[in-house]
Each structure stands twice: as C-alpha cells, then as structure tokens.
Write a new protein. Sequence first.
Length: 464
Amino acid sequence: MCTQKDSAQFTHSESIDKLSKLAKKYAYSAPGYFAYPTFADSHNAQNVNAAELIYASRQESASIYIHIPFCRTLCFHCGCHEEVAQDRREAVEYIDRLIDEMVIYKPLLYNKRIERVHLGGGCPNFLSEHLIVKLISALYNHFTLTCDTVFSLEVDPLTTTAGQIVLFSKCGFSRISVGVQDFHDNVQRVINKVQSKEQIRSVIDTASAYGFNSINIDLFYGLPLQTVESVTENLQAAVAMDISRVTVTKYEHRPAIFPAQRELDKYPFPEENEQLMMFCNTKNFLQHHGYHLIGGDHFVLERDPLFLAVKEKRLLRNFLGYDIAYSADVLGLGVSSISHFAGSYFQNTQRRVDYYRATEQKKSPVAKVAIADRREKVTWSVIHNLLCYKQVDLQNVLTASHYQHHFQRELALLHDFEEDGLINITGSHFDVTNDGDIFLRNICSVFDVRTTNKQNFCRFSSAI
Ligand code: SF4
C-alpha cells in the first residue's frame, strides 16, 4: 500500500503547480516520434522495391523484428495490431508464411550480421513450443545469426507458462518484457486484462532463474479508475519484483482508431492534473529506488543493458521503442511489421489474408512506405538524439558551420522553452532539463516542419 509518507516524499506541490501551468501552455498535439518522416506521413504503396531501400544502407549489421499478432483475449486499452484467437493452430500457417517471407529477404541480407531478434505482438507466447523452435531454427537457416545475437520478446503473463520461458531461454532469449499495465483488480477488469500478482511474479521469477538479464514490466498511467495513489502502488509492486526495467507510459485514448477503447469511455479517467502528478510521482519514486529515466518513459537500473547503451552511445529509438544496436536497420517480418533501412521505412500489410497471399507467392507483402530525404534525415538525427540522450549539438548533426541558418526557425522557437526552464542552450548545444522531461515530445516537435501548420497536428494525441 502507498503510505502517507510515500506520497509526501514524492509529491512537491510547487513543482506540480509550475508544471501544470506549463502543461497548459504546451498542451498541443504532436506525433509520438519513432522515425522521421513520422508514421502518419507514410503512404500506401504497391510494388515497393524493398531491395533498393535495403541496398541504400551501408550498415554491416541489422536487427529483425517478428510480429506474432495472436492474443487469447482482447484488452480494451490495446493499441497494437492484434487478432483474438483461441486455437493455437491458427499460428501454424502463420509461421509457414513467415518462413516464406524470410526466403524473400534472405538474399538481400546475406551479408549483414544480425545483432538483435525481437518477437512482439500480439503475444509471441501464443506459439506452441514446436512453433517457437521452428521459427528460431528458420531464422538461423535464413540469416547470419551469431553467438552475439541478442534475443528479446514480449509476453502476456496471463497466458505464459513456465515451460515456454524455459524454452525461450534455451533458444537464447535473454530479455523479456511483461505486459502488466496495472496490478489492481478494478482497473484490470475495466481494461479486460485480469491477472493476479502471483501469475506475474511466476513469469518474472522463472525468467530470472533462467538467466534473462533484462526483465521489464510495462505499466500505464492515465487509465480509467487509476488514482495517484494506485499508480504509486503499481510502482511499489513492480519494484518489489526486483526487475531491471520499468516502462511507465501515458495511456493514449484513441477510440476512433482502436474501437475496443470505446469500452473505457464508460468509466472516469483521471484529470489532466492528476496525470501530471502521476508522471512526477513515478519519476521521483523510481529514481529514489535507483532507476534512471531514459527518454520519457523507460526507467532502468544500472545493471540493465539499456543503461550501458546510453553510456556507450549506442541507444536507438525505433518502432520498437528503445533498442540497443550498432545499426539502426531493422527488418520487420509478419503482418503490420515495419522495416527500417537507411532512414526510410516500409510496412507490411495489416491484413493476414493479404499477407498470406503475397508471401505464399514469394512476393513482398509491403503496403506502405516512407522515404526520407536528406533534410528529413537531419531532422531525425536531432529528434533521435533528444529522445535517446536528451541533448544535441546542432553543429555536430550538420557537420557544418551553417547550423544557425539551417535551424533558424527552430532556434527561435527553442528560446521559449529555455525561458520556461525546460532546456539549457549553450552555443549550438542544448540539453533538456529535469523539468523538461515531460515536454520531450514538444521539444522534438520544434524540429518537425509540420509544426508550422498546427491543423496538421490535430490528428495526433497530446504531446504531454
Ligand atoms: S495482450 Fe497485448 S497485444 Fe494482446 S490485446 Fe492485450 S494489450 Fe493488446
């Protein structure tokens, strides 16, 4: 339980008042930045020449993302591309088509070492043990995986068995992310994800016993029925599980895009001010317990590989969130997966039937593409630095001395943030202050040329 002492220790009313005023000032919409151009700028495309985009990259290595779309039940808050399925046999054909897709990309990536493999979804633990082994074997057969390749995955604690965790460990997986969202019964019932603390604990203890060196719990704040105290209780429960990483994301309510989220409209959401307090308490609480904030929502202990990645400057921001690799190139396999090469990216069709048809005929299932031009690559470099390290030297990004001319519009806008104490500027270098953490998306949006047209931004959720 959250004690009175805990609340007093972690809540500072003056700073909340100050941030609350600033939150009103900067309460405009902005994209979540995972790439630039942003995903909203990608367009439908047929006959995308994936080979040309892949060959545009000179990187010697790449990562692979595999999307497993199946889930046993639908969580109402879900913003992922998932399909509800009860029968595990649904995945049998899916794995065959994934292997067909590997065949398409095998000749294009034959000279690239695979640094990372990540299974996401949906629920990768929907796969039977036989299919897990078949999938991993196929990866070894089609791509250059080495003993240094790092394997990670996301799991749903409600449906993950100890046997699966042991098998994933034997297949080389060492990083795991557990979808919890909230530990309380009332909130779990609202979002239709009812799971006991014991179920969550069992997954984490098994992963820990079988050598996973990074264990993450995903939590949300801003869900219906949550209170400032209940969010702190979630953090206490997570910290008590001795995990190396906690991701605490603000829930984004977008029922027009994700219709299941309409179910949440039946219940009261926390007020904006309460949500602000939830974020501030989260940050103070987790920092007090030794966690470091990366970006706006990842909290890591120093033993977590993500912490080392920040020190070694090899942190990446991409459609998977934060990642660790030398190369930013990612090959996405499966329905809706996004591939990223040399700054441009392309997405597979979201319809399983179309994905099956294309891959069976050994044709690319790509349906959307966004090609980055030179200027957009510079923009992404700035935003990427801010998201990963909360600082950037504009002169270094351009490797030229004309940064003041190139970023004239942006430098003028940044002064407002400086006056509000959200960034410090020294010459061409600026960094985000402690108060600026929650405004990170706003600060990034300064470099997004679409900010000149605020109407364009209405389609995105609030930046704070
Ligand atoms: S388990 Fe994850 S992907 Fe599946 S419905 Fe729930 S939130 Fe969405």
